[in-house]
Design a protein around this ligand. Structure first.
Ligand code: PMP
Length: 430
């Protein structure tokens, strides 16, 4: 039998990547400055220029996390790597770990903790809600965990979890606090030291404005003491904070090879962090809040309903919008992509089929992008407000045509009905 495998035809064609506006739940678009950084020469993973970049990323991460923790670095992985690294280092078999679950990310953390042998206890809330201190305290008193896990920005539900007061509570119950900020860091206030968070991690591809591939993480001295006193070794070499903090020169000892970091990704994250440092964290978070407000007002103006009822529980970076009964989400997404090259995400986990999600993060958190996404829906009457000048007869006709168009665009392409409707609607514009 001939075992030769020939060069694949797909690889012999020129590379072509469309330019999309990534307004889903992440990744977000990178700025031209970050894209330029990625076109610079590749460096060796221990070259002085590369380690200099790593040092700059480290101080940038201390800034965005608002921490003086020496053990602050970016592990070579997507956001999941931060979750893995936190659990792998902190959890020993039999440890009671309390995980708050109100969306997919708590569930994922519970799964990961269990794989490291944790006795996982779940504190659950309805998707769309967050946890108050009283409920957290009664769960801590009941379960007496060694670790409490919270997600600051639950991207599957669009919920913001306040963290003030949780750290001191955890100290009172002799428990470590681990926080996921993959979808929130840089877009909302994060005060790692002030809020007494023991381990905090994030991802590079959302507000931080670079591609996926690096997971920022920071450990304080309480977390490091727990790791120091482990009875069993950290079970995965790649996630071991002792080795990684040496490679990132957090311990003051000479750097040693741990793995081959991508200098390209480090350059990109360095630039993403530099952009935030130049803007200033406070201005950056204020920009995200202002964009979220503009989007929420616009969506309400279009007759759409936000999934998260309480205003102060809404995550500024990712907005969840209830799918109206007569809106075909697939048609909406296809329309936005085909006509505006905009990505709009569907729901995830508990919100699948219930919401669509709009992310405004980093380079994409601008008024222009908000206005663009507000006009990117199909002309169904849901993402374009009915004009006051349209009579009820015309409105009825528009609804009929809209339904026709949506059904036909689901089954594929631009049909005569769709064209007719487009022409009809453009005629209605003043
Ligand atoms: N946590 C949260 C809150 C997230 O939003 C995500 C990604 N959407 C992750 C963890 C996992 O990150 P990644 O996909 O980069 O592994």
């Amino acid at each position: 039998m001939d075992s030769y495998v020939g060069p694949p035809a797909s690889l012999l064609k020129p590379l072509s990547i469309p330019n999309k506006v990534l307004l889903g739940a992440g990744p977000a678009n990178c700025s031209p400055r970050v894209l330029h950084a990625m076109s610079l020469p590749v460096l060796g993973h221990l070259h002085p220029e590369c380690t200099q970049l790593m040092d700059e990323v480290k101080v940038g991460l201390q800034y965005v996390f608002q921490t003086k923790n020496p053990v602050t670095l970016a592990v070579s992985a997507s956001g999941h790597g931060g979750m893995e690294m936190a659990m792998c280092n902190l959890v020993e078999p039999g440890d009671v770990v309390l995980v708050t679950v109100a969306g997919i990310w708590g569930k994922r953390a519970a799964d990961i903790a269990a794989r490291y042998g944790a006795d996982v206890r779940i504190l659950e809330k309805n998707p769309g809600e967050n946890f108050c201190l009283r409920i957290l305290e009664s769960a801590l008193a009941r379960h007496r965990p060694v670790l409490l896990f919270l997600v600051q920005g639950e991207s599957s539900t669009g919920v913001y979890q306040p963290l003030q007061g949780v750290g001191p509570l955890c100290r009172r119950y002799d428990c470590l606090l681990v926080v996921d900020t993959v979808a929130s860091l840089g877009g909302v206030s994060v005060q790692t030291d002030q809020w007494e968070i023991d381990v905090i991690y994030s991802g590079s591809q959302k507000v931080l404005g670079s591609p996926a591939g690096l997971a920022p993480i920071s450990f304080n001295s309480r977390a490091l003491s727990k790791i120091e006193s482990r009875k069993t070794p950290v079970s995965v070499f790649y996630w071991d904070v002792k080795h990684l903090s040496n490679y990132w020169a957090c311990s003051g000892e000479p750097r040693q090879y741990h793995h081959t970091i991508s200098s390209t990704l480090v350059s990109a994250l360095r630039e993403g962090l530099a952009i935030i440092a130049e803007e200033g964290l406070e201005r950056c978070t204020a920009r995200h809040s202002a964009c979220a407000k503009r989007l929420h007002n616009g969506l309400r103006g279009l007759g759409l309903e936000l999934f998260v009822e309480k205003e102060d529980a809404r995550l500024p970076t990712i907005t969840t919008v209830r799918i109206p009964a007569n809106l075909d989400l697939k048609a909406l997404q296809d329309y936005a992509m085909k006509n505006y090259a905009i990505e709009i995400a569907g729901g995830l986990g508990p919100t699948a089929g219930q919401v669509f999600r709009i992310g405004l993060m980093g380079y994409n958190a601008t008024a222009d992008k908000v206005d663009l996404v507000l006009k990117a829906g199909p002309p169904t009457g849901y993402l374009q407000p009915p004009s006051a000048k349209i009579s009820s007869g015309l409105l009825w006709a528009r609804e009929v045509l809209a339904g026709w168009s949506l059904r036909s665009s689901v089954s594929g392409g631009m049909t005569a009905g769709h064209c007719l409707q487009q022409a009809f609607l453009s005629g209605l514009k003043e």
